[in-house]
Design a protein around this ligand. Structure first.
Ligand code: NAP
Length: 242
């Protein structure tokens, strides 16, 4: 743990805040938030933890979806943060995987691994975080536009995100009125390696890929919208209406 956080800046948890979209979100939020970032891998040196010159106070946690002790680890970490006087006023569940899995290749182990990171892990994180979130906090999930039309080469992934989307309004009911719950069904922002970016852009109404900045705006909008809960914002450049 790093030095004590002050109370001036809101402090958010980003589950999966180390790489790709999570990192972009962390860098944007660090302008006016303190952060708790999780990763499935142990954190390295202080430079990585402090994220260069950002004035944000950044704490790091090691949460791995495959850890058999995950639930007790999360509880212990969140209790330690509370003891340190950290008030959590927002959380974004970023972590996921995007495995290609054509029909014919499915196996119990591969399906289980897909559910574990894309469905079990976010639900367990939500359960652990909810009692530690401040009144009025917003708990946000990163989903996928495939909740509307599944990716045929990634049907297990699409099913996991679809299940999370189906649970989201129920979670909003369970956590209301204290905590709001919002999802973001993302189109292609940072395409996975090997995907054809020009083709993906062509699939949208707006003829472009999304950007991490598009996501940051939506996440800030959800956090700043106290009458919004139980909803999923689709942020895919209109792809689903083609
Ligand atoms: N990129 C896009 O264009 C796009 C489009 C639609 C939806 N999304 C959704 O947006 C989210 C972020 O996507 P992304 O493309 O930035 O990243 P990603 O490659 O899907 O990975 C997100 C994070 O998951 C974490 N993670 C992986 N395995 C884990 C494990 N076993 N336990 C805990 N955390 C684990 C990784 O962090 P560590 O390695 O540090 O643990 C990584 O930072 C995902 O939920 C994805 O489904 C993204």
């Amino acid at each position: 743990m790093e030095r004590e956080l002050g109370n001036e800046r809101p402090c958010w948890v980003l589950v999966g805040g180390r790489r790709r979209l999570g990192k972009a979100l962390a860098e944007d939020l660090a302008r006016d938030h303190d952060l708790v970032l999780t990763s499935s891998r142990p954190w390295g040196d202080v430079t990585e933890r402090s994220r260069g010159t950002t004035p944000a106070q950044v704490r790091t946690l090691h949460w791995d979806a495959a850890d058999p002790e995950l639930v007790s680890r999360m509880m212990a970490d969140l209790e330690a943060l509370a003891r340190a006087g950290v008030t959590l006023s927002g959380a974004v569940l970023v972590a996921g995987t995007f495995p290609e899995a054509p029909i014919g290749t499915w196996s119990p182990d591969a399906l289980e691994a897909t559910w574990q990171i894309n469905l079990t892990f976010p639900l367990l994180c939500a359960q652990a975080l909810a009692p530690h979130l401040a009144d009025g906090a917003c708990l946000q999930f990163l989903l996928d536009t495939s909740i509307h039309t599944p990716w045929l080469q990634r049907l297990p992934y699409s099913a996991a995100k679809g299940a999370l989307a189906a649970a989201l309004p129920g979670l909003a009911r369970l956590l209301a009125p204290r905590v709001r719950v919002v999802g973001h069904a993302l189109g292609a922002l940072l395409p996975a390696e090997g995907r054809d970016a020009a083709f993906l852009a062509e699939q949208t109404l707006l003829k472009r890929l999304g950007t991490p900045a598009d996501l940051c705006r939506a996440v800030r909008f959800a956090a700043d919208s106290p009458f919004l809960t139980g909803e999923i914002i689709t942020l895919d450049g209109g792809r689903r209406w083609r």
